[in-house]
Design a protein around this ligand. Structure first.
Ligand SMILES: [Zn+2]
Length: 299
């Protein structure tokens, strides 16, 4: 395919030699606008901050997908966050991935901002059992919940860590699907966390806030599917920590319970549901041990 050129909006703050460098990406999935808005809020705060290192922000990493409020770019329908590091001579998304891969090269830290749907809650993701630094960074981000990644290859933060040793983590925020909705309070709270993380790594001057409330959890569990048709009524809001056996909601009057101590990262609102519909997502409230989850092979 012909060689494409991209003109992504990009802001760089600081730039003094010697300091740590961080790059923050939003909108890799075009409709995930809470992540985009968080990146914009971080830019506003960085403009007022004393940046000791170098911080670069790409709020709209997949602008053609954002324009149509879709996850994927319409040019080829590929999932950009399964495409890294991309290819210089590939399809639209493969070339875009390659362009972003070049733009984000050379930074010590990489933070990618996503959304997990309107009915989700904020959580961090990292390969914390494999990369000891991930635990420290996700705590500095002042997150309540961290989900262990399955290490799916082709994701920007996984490839950045595995291929070039960058300290990459990801945040999922409520909002995004459907229709590119922004959860403004979640974006503002997350921007506070991102600034604290930048202070923690020494890229921004300031006083780091101590945070020890992060629950480090397993990967997302396969559960939460309606076993019959009927009215679903939720019992807990998204983001709740629940104990084994706790009622998460009722489908057609029958309780749906947590199979283990968990955090409900997504809970459906009350609605008529149908057999097979996903009504909640859980992550087990249990720290994954080193070596427990292998890193999948690159594609
Ligand atoms: Zn995403």
């Amino acid at each position: 395919m012909e060689k494409l050129t991209f003109d992504l909006p990009i802001r760089t703050f600081g730039g003094s030699a010697g300091g740590p460098s961080a790059v923050i990406t939003g909108g890799v999935h075009g409709d995930e606008q809470t992540g985009i808005h968080t990146a914009m809020l971080v830019c506003e705060r960085l403009a007022q901050a004393n940046v000791l290192g170098r911080v670069t922000v790409l709020p709209f990493s997949n602008p053609e997908a954002s324009r149509v409020r879709r996850r994927q770019a319409p040019q080829d329908g590929l999932d950009l966050n399964r495409t890294f590091p991309g290819r210089p001579d590939g399809s639209y998304s493969e070339q875009l991935a390659w362009h972003i891969w070049q733009l984000t090269d050379g930074y010590d830290y990489l933070l990618d901002l996503h959304c997990c749907s309107l009915y989700g809650s904020t959580y961090g993701m990292g390969f914390y059992s494999r990369h000891p630094w991930a635990e420290e960074l996700l705590s500095a981000l002042m997150l309540d919940t961290v989900v262990h990644t399955k290490g799916t290859r082709g994701q920007l933060y996984i490839e950045a860590a595995e291929r070039r040793g960058q300290k990459g983590v990801l945040i999922e925020l409520p909002g995004g699907q459907p229709g590119g909705v922004i959860d403004v309070p979640a974006a503002e709270k997350c921007a506070d966390g991102v600034m604290n993380y930048l202070v923690h790594i020494g890229a921004v001057q300031g006083q780091e806030k101590a945070w020890d409330k992060t629950a480090f959890c397993s990967t997302l569990i396969d559960c939460g599917t309606a076993e019959c048709d009927g009215l679903f009524k939720p019992a807990v809001p998204a983001g709740s920590a629940v104990d084994k056996g706790a009622v998460l909601g009722w489908i057609d009057g029958k309780p749906m319970t947590a199979p283990c101590d968990a955090v409900a990262t997504m809970v459906s609102p009350m609605r008529y549901a149908f057999k097979g519909m996903n009504l909640f997502n859980l992550t087990e409230r249990r720290k994954v041990q080193p070596g427990e989850i292998p890193c999948p092979e690159a594609k």
